[in-house]
Ligand binder design. Sequence first.
Ligand SMILES: CC(C)(COP(=O)(O)OP(=O)(O)OC[C@H]1O[C@@H](n2cnc3c(N)ncnc32)[C@H](O)[C@@H]1OP(=O)(O)O)[C@@H](O)C(=O)NCCC(=O)NCCS
Length: 156
Amino acid sequence: MQTLLRDLRHSDVDMIFSWRNHKEIEKWTEKGEVSRDEHWNWYYAWDRSAPRWIFELNNNPVGFIHFKWLADAKRTLEWSYYLNPFDLNVLRANGLATIMLSMSLWKINQMLHDVKIIGRVKLQNLPSVRLHEKLGFKEQKCIENERRFIKWPKSL
Ligand SMILES: CC(C)(COP(=O)(O)OP(=O)(O)OC[C@H]1O[C@@H](n2cnc3c(N)ncnc32)[C@H](O)[C@@H]1OP(=O)(O)O)[C@@H](O)C(=O)NCCC(=O)NCCS
């Protein structure tokens, strides 16, 4: 099994648009469905210090993980991630997200110092809650429908 994290490319953007608006992904987002224009604007507004990575399995894109800076002078990154929703039934529950997220934490640690990682998860998203727990995140707070997890730099 060959795995790779690589930067998002221009040629991936339409694929990620279709993943992002798939019902299996959209239901976990804050914003809901996005238009093609909004999606391309999101791509062009990319601050490249906040990674956007495609996760490949045996040379096929199977996952996407992206980070955004919170408004605290580049001390905290919030991450979001998903597997290819069109193949979710075969991809999920094989440990792939665990690999993708572990590789991401390792890579972030190589690139940046003293950065916290935040994950926001809807209460009902039990696989994602479990992922944060097994990757050593601490639960910070629970607000309405959402649980918030944090990983401190020294534990990356
Ligand atoms: C969430 C997602 C990334 C998980 O991917 P995955 O490859 O299935 O995850 P993994 O197999 O690496 O790990 C999932 C863990 O959750 C556990 N899990 C799965 N369903 C569960 C449930 N209903 N209750 C509790 N734990 C559950 C698995 O057993 C596994 O834990 P383990 O390794 O200790 O056994 C994938 O399902 C996905 O893309 N979902 C849609 C988008 C999404 O939810 N993104 C995250 C938004 S916060």
